[in-house]
Structures are given as C-alpha cells and as structure tokens.
Design a protein around this ligand. Structure first.
Ligand SMILES: NC(=O)c1ccc[n+]([C@@H]2O[C@H](COP(=O)([O-])OP(=O)(O)OC[C@H]3O[C@@H](n4cnc5c(N)ncnc54)[C@H](O)[C@@H]3O)[C@@H](O)[C@H]2O)c1
Length: 246
C-alpha cells in the first residue's frame, strides 16, 4: 500500500509514460517513492508530467533503437522496466498493408525487445529486477479488426514467460498486465472514429459493463513492480473488468 516502502527509491523506466495508462503508472510509482524516468515521443507531454511528478524524461521514438539505447544508458540503470507504449489500428486483416504490419510490430513488440535488452543487464548484475509488460486482452482473446495488434500483444506474453524463465536466477520477475478497454487518449481516438456504438460495444465486452480507469491498471502495475511481488513471475494478469468471462 502507499506509505509502505514497497517501491521507495526503486528506479523505474516507463515507456509511453506521457499519456494514458503510462502517465497513471508514472504518477503512481512516483507517489510511492520510486525515481521514475519517462521515455515518450511526445516531448511536451513528457516534460509536463516530469515537472509534475519529479520524473526524468527522454523524448524518443521507441522505434529508434539507437535513440532508445542511448536514453537508457543516460537515464539508467533501472530496477523496474514498464513496457507500456503501444499503438492499435482498426482494420480487417485483408485491408492492412505490409507497412501497417511493420509499424505495429515495431512499436508493440520490437521496441519492447530493445528496451528490455538494454535494461536487463544492470538488473542481472545487481540480482534484482521487475519487468512489466502492458499487453492487452486482445492478445489472448483475439480482436476483430485488430489482428496484427493482437498477434503482437500475444507475442508479448510468450516473450515475458520466456524472460521469466531465463531471469529467475537473478531474482528478476517478468509479468504481463492485460488491460481491457481503458479510458485513455488511445481509446478516445478509436471512439471518435467508431462512434457511440463502439463505446457501448467496448463497455459490453466487459463483465462489469464499463471502461476501466488508467489508475486501475496502474495499481496492478505498481504491485507487480514492487518489492512485495517478488514471488510472482511469468504471470498474465487481466485488468479488464472480467472480459474473458463476459
Ligand atoms: N486504452 C486501452 O483501452 C488499452 C487496452 C488494452 C491495451 N492497452 C495498451 O496499453 C498501453 C497504453 O495504452 P494507452 O491507451 O494509454 O495509449 P495512449 O495512446 O493513450 O498513450 C500512449 C503513449 O505512448 C506514447 N507512444 C506511442 N508510440 C510511441 C513511440 N513509437 N515512441 C514513443 N512513445 C510512443 C504516446 O506518445 C503516448 O504518450 C498500450 O500498449 C496499449 O496497447 C490499452
């Protein structure tokens, strides 16, 4: 709980931390005493949130791997890496292009490889680490109109489990959080394109019949990133209002 030392002084990296779920994670970790660094391509929003929370930030596009490695070398080392940045696209698979596949895989999967590859060695050297992936329920349930995104998010779960196996000996845990529909700029963009019907469909896709709040995802991430979650690894946690049962 806030007020304990479960996150105090831990050094945390949050990708896509300038908006939405990532921003809620930044605020929550900072409130609990972690030293947070934001990696986001939106320099203005990252700078504003850094000023608000005392976080450090680097304005970098996560698909620029050299830039990502440079930022992590400069701002690190880290005890916690939260791979949150991601982008969706609404189109049936036959309407997508090769350029769409590459873009979606680059940000949703390859950038996670790059960030984790750069952050893990320091965690291994110190014998402590927390890696948290932000996947999606689309990755285990599938997504009509989001096939490539769902494939990338499903890949993230397999990647996390594999890393959990390889890094257990270093007391590094690796877990994946699967949000359902959460009220963020990403979701609002989709609703603006799809209308009120899409919003209702998203709400009805959950057992609880509502959107989630970014803070509700951040609460789960904070737990998995904390010292007190040391016996939880290779897990996949839905924060989705019970989507698989809806
Ligand atoms: N909102 C939802 O309903 C929902 C549902 C399931 C999963 N997710 C996942 O949660 C994560 C966060 O989603 P969100 O809704 O908060 O998104 P968002 O679009 O509201 O915020 C994403 C942040 O990531 C940054 N970002 C995106 N691409 C980047 C890039 N190439 N380089 C650097 N920064 C980049 C953006 O600037 C932004 O600050 C994503 O991985 C998303 O797939 C969201």
């Amino acid at each position: 709980m806030p007020g304990t030392d479960r996150l105090q002084d831990l050094r945390a990296l949050v990708t896509g931390g300038a908006a939405g779920i990532g921003a809620a994670v930044v605020r929550r970790l900072a409130q609990e005493g972690a030293q947070v660094a934001i990696l986001d391509r939106d320099a203005a929003a990252a700078e504003a949130l850094a000023a608000e929370t005392g976080a450090a930030f680097a304005a970098v596009d996560l698909t620029d791997f050299a830039g990502v490695r440079e930022a992590i070398a400069r701002l690190g080392p880290f005890d916690i890496a939260v791979n949150n940045a991601g982008v969706d696209q609404h189109a049936f698979f036959t309407q997508t292009t090769e350029a769409d596949w590459r873009r979606l895989l680059a940000i949703n999967l390859e950038a996670v490889f790059c960030v984790t590859h750069a952050a893990l060695p320091a965690m291994q050297a110190q014998g402590f680490g927390r890696v948290v992936m932000i996947g999606s329920e689309a990755g285990r349930l599938g997504s009509r109109g989001g096939s490539v995104y769902a494939a990338a998010k499903g890949g993230l779960v397999a990647f996390a489990k594999s890393l959990a196996m390889e890094n257990a000996r270093y007391a590094i845990t690796v877990n994946t959080v699967l949000p359902g529909p959460v009220d963020t700029p990403l979701l609002r963009k989709a609703v603006a394109a799809g209308g009120d019907k899409l919003l209702a469909a998203m709400e009805n896709a959950t057992l609880l019949r509502r959107l989630g709040a970014p803070e509700e995802v951040a609460a789960a991430v904070a737990f998995l990133a904390s010292r007190e979650a040391g016996f939880v690894t290779g897990e996949t946690l839905g924060v989705s209002g019970g989507m698989p049962l809806a």
